[in-house]
Design a binder for this molecule. Structure first.
Ligand code: PLP
Length: 356
């Protein structure tokens, strides 16, 4: 028998979440962002649930090729663009749309021998200060791209730093309007947070990632609780042992938990080597036989202890949900000082994953 841990990707939940994106941004086309192996779900497993999208956004050329091999004939956007002149052979052969964020990339396109002009997203740096042309350099870049025989359609795009936070997007939208003033063409600005909370930024193409996977852009589950988004991944395991503790007994490495009175605990087959966050503190939510309870003590490499007080009947073999429809991945992330994005991407290869 393999260890009882496994992950399940929920195809219907992915399709539901894409429909939620369309409800929030009814006039926009959708780049479904599937970078990082579809946020850890597996590109091939996520694809059937997301195939009603208008296009897919990702980073790695080999992921783009895999999408074509899965039968996707529609648009594919390289969110960081390409890196070397030789990448353009693949961009050309597989009809990929590429981000262009610097003159070096434009130069590589000008020198390339392409079978047809490339569709590009010309990126403006409106304050994130990672990729893109500043607003005052944007028009010159756009004119250079437009006059290149290697460039076809040009979409104007930028990326927000604070669409999920207090600072918001207004300062970046203003910079974008300044840099794009008078330039015709489709626009793409909104990530998940802007898709959910800044409708004025939807324009022609939205680029949601985390919301497709039922995660909150803020990391706080309550912020998306009424949006209709569903969990797309369940990480589950079983109880493999139980212990009775008496007052003063401790649990696990570092004796980080001390029982205050008699209590029953379960030991579950999941640890940080499966991708569960080691920093999850005592009290991190977990469900045993569908009943919400808590982790106790330190997460070890292969095991975690859970409090069985609310589930007195649970014994060896009882079902445990680490995250999924009952336990929000955002709540587990919050107890570990991270965000759901990181947990989804971090499930390790020793965990078998299937799609339902
Ligand atoms: C990752 C990414 C997105 C999606 O971000 P979410 O916060 O997951 O919605 C959108 N656009 C770009 C350029 C990205 O890199």
């Amino acid at each position: 028998m393999p260890r009882p841990i496994s992950a399940t990707v929920h195809t219907a939940a992915l399709a539901n979440n894409l429909a939620v994106v369309r409800r929030f941004a009814p006039r926009s086309k959708v780049w479904a962002v599937v970078k990082a192996n579809a946020y850890g779900h597996g590109l091939a497993r996520a694809f059937p649930g997301l195939r009603a999208t208008d296009g897919f956004g990702l980073l790695d050329l080999d992921e783009a090729v895999r999408l074509r091999e899965l039968g996707w004939a529609g648009p594919i956007l390289l969110l960081e663009g390409f890196f070397k002149p030789s990448d353009l052979d693949i961009v050309d052969r597989y009809s990929l749309t590429t981000t262009v964020h610097c003159d070096e990339q434009l130069r590589m396109i000008e020198l390339a021998r392409l079978s047809r002009p490339l569709n590009v997203q010309l990126k403006m740096n409106t304050g994130m200060n990672r990729l893109g042309y500043t607003p005052d350099k944007y028009r010159v870049a756009w004119e250079r791209a437009r006059s290149s025989t290697g460039v076809g359609q040009i979409v104007l795009m930028t990326h927000f730093s604070d669409a999920d936070g207090e600072r918001g997007v207004e300062h970046q939208v203003a910079a974008f309007e300044r840099g794009a003033d008078g330039i015709a063409g489709m626009r793409s600005l909104a990530n998940s947070a802007a898709t959910l909370w800044h409708p004025a930024t939807h324009f022609d193409w939205v680029r949601p990632g985390i919301m497709l996977y039922g995660g909150s852009p803020t990391g706080v589950h309550a912020d998306i609780a009424t949006s209709g988004l569903q969990a797309t991944m369940t990480l589950s395991t079983e109880i493999i042992a139980t212990q009775m503790l008496g007052s003063g007994d401790t649990v696990g490495y570092g004796s980080r938990f001390t029982a205050e009175g008699p209590m029953r605990i379960g030991v579950i087959a999941c640890g940080y080597a499966d991708g569960y966050p080691r920093h999850a503190r005592t009290g991190t939510p977990v469900a045993v036989n569908g009943v919400r309870t808590r982790t106790i003590g330190r997460v070890s490499m292969d095991m975690i202890a859970v409090d069985l007080t609310p589930v007195p009947d649970a014994g060896i073999g009882a079902h445990v949900e680490l995250w999924g429809p009952t336990i929000s991945i955002d709540d587990v992330a919050a107890a570990s000082e991270t965000i759901g994005y990181e947990l989804m991407c971090a499930v390790t290869t020793r965990v078998p994953v299937r799609a339902d």
